[in-house]
Design a protein around this ligand. Structure first.
Ligand SMILES: [Zn+2]
Length: 338
C-alpha cells in the first residue's frame, strides 16, 4: 500500500463536525467531480470518480446523508495498465441541484451547469472547515510520495483559477505551496519535509504524520552516518596515497644508491615508513625512540621527498650539468670522492 493510500485511508475514516463535512464534500466534488451527460436519456449527472475505495465510500455516505437521493455506483478497470479500480458515483443533477447550489459547487450560466472553481468564503469561514476543505482536496486529487524517497506532495487541479484558490487556502496555514502546469492540469505542490509534515497535521492525518516523522528521523540518521563514513574513508585514502608516494621516493633513493647519503634521522624515519606503510604520521611518530610529533615526522618525510625530487630533476638534465651533485640534507655540498 502506497503512503498516499494510507493517508487517504486515515482521512476518509475521520469523523469531522457537520460544518466540516460539507466543506470536505464540496472540495472532493470540485476536485474529482464533473458534470456530464450519461446514458441514452440525455440526462445530466454529477459524476465523482476516484481510484480510492474509502474515498468513494466517504462521498457516497456524505451525499446520501445530505441529499437522500439515488446514487449510481460503478466500478471499472479504466486502463489495462492500471491495477487500481476506478469507482464512479453518479447522481442526476436535477435531484441535487439545490444542495450543490447551497454549497456553491455549481453555477448556472445560460441553462448550462458548471462546476465552480473558486472557493466560497462561507464554506471555509471557520478554521476547522478550512482544514476539512484541504482534506477533501487531498482525497479528491492529492498524493504524497513515499517519504523514504524525496519529499513531494501535490494536488491535481483542472484550471489555474482552481489551483490559485487551493494554493492560497493551503498557504493561509503558513505553508509555501506553489503551482506548476503539467499537460492540461495545474498542480499545487509542496516540496520540503517540514511542509509536508505540517500538511498532514492540518488535514488531520496524525497516524500518517507519526510514520512520516519516523522515516524522516531514520533517513536523517542514515545520511549523517554515511557522511561520517565517507569522510573517514576519504581521510584513509589520503593517508594511504601519501604513504605510497613517500615509499616510492625512498625506494628511488635506494635504487640509485643515494639512500646512505641521507642523515641518520632521515634514514631512521624512512626505514620505519617502509616497514609500516599503513600507519598515519602520528602513529609513525609514536613508534620512534624517542617519540616524535606528527609535524616532526611530516618534516622529515618531506625532506626525503625534496632530496629525491632534486636528484630526479638533475638526472633528467643534459649530460654536461650532471656532474654537479645536489646539496646533502645537512646543507653541505657533497662531492663524489675521486
Ligand atoms: Zn468546520
Amino acid at each position: 500500500m502506497s503512503f498516499s493510500y494510507e493517508v487517504k485511508n486515515e482521512l476518509s475514516r475521520l469523523t469531522p463536525e457537520l460544518c466540516c463535512q460539507k466543506a470536505e464534500l464540496a472540495s472532493i466534488i470540485r476536485m474529482a467531480g464533473s458534470i456530464r451527460i450519461i446514458g441514452g436519456h440525455q440526462k445530466t449527472y454529477l459524476q465523482v470518480q476516484t481510484e480510492h475505495a474509502s474515498t468513494a465510500r466517504r462521498v457516497y455516505k456524505l451525499l446520501k446523508k445530505f441529499t437522500k437521493c439515488q446514487i449510481d455506483i460503478s466500478i471499472s478497470k479504466n486502463n489495462f495498465l492500471k491495477a487500481n479500480s476506478l469507482y464512479s458515483l453518479a447522481v442526476e443533477i436535477d435531484n441535487i441541484k439545490d444542495f450543490l447550489f447551497e454549497l456553491d459547487i455549481i453555477s448556472e450560466d445560460k441553462k448550462k451547469i458548471n462546476l465552480c472553481v473558486d472557493i466560497d468564503d462561507k464554506l471555509v469561514s471557520k478554521r476547522c472547515c478550512k482544514r476539512a476543505y484541504i482534506r477533501g482536496a487531498f482525497l479528491g486529487s492529492g498524493s504524497i510520495s513515499d517519504p523514504k524517497g524525496s519529499y513531494h506532495a501535490e494536488f491535481v487541479t483542472t484550471g489555474r483559477k482552481q489551483a490559485v484558490a487551493l494554493s492560497s487556502l493551503i498557504n493561509s496555514f503558513g505553508l509555501k505551496s506553489k503551482i506548476v502546469k503539467r499537460k492540461d492540469n495545474h498542480i499545487v505542490y509542496l516540496k520540503e519535509g517540514d511542509q509536508i509534515a505540517d500538511l498532514l497535521g492540518i488535514m488531520g492525518a496524525h497516524k500518517a504524520l507519526l510514520k512520516f516523522e519516523d522515516i524522516r528521523v531514520l533517513k536523517h540518521m542514515r545520511n549523517s552516518v554515511n557522511r561520517t563514513v565517507n569522510c573517514e574513508t576519504a581521510n584513509l585514502n589520503k593517508t594511504i596515497s601519501t604513504s605510497i608516494r613517500q615509499v616510492n621516493y625512498i625506494n628511488y633513493l635506494k635504487e640509485n644508491d643515494r639512500f646512505d647519503d641521507l642523515p641518520e634521522n632521515l634514514k631512521y624515519t624512512a626505514n620505519l615508513r617502509i616497514d609500516y606503510p599503513d600507519l598515519s604520521l602520528k602513529e609513525l611518530g609514536q613508534l620512534m625512540d624517542p617519540t616524535l610529533g606528527k609535524s616532526g615526522v611530516s618534516y622529515r618525510l618531506k625532506k626525503i621527498e625534496e632530496i629525491a625530487k632534486k636528484i630526479q630533476s638533475i638526472k633528467s638534465l643534459p649530460e654536461a650539468k650532471k656532474n654537479e651533485k645536489p646539496e646533502k640534507a645537512d646543507g653541505k655540498k657533497h662531492y663524489k670522492k675521486t
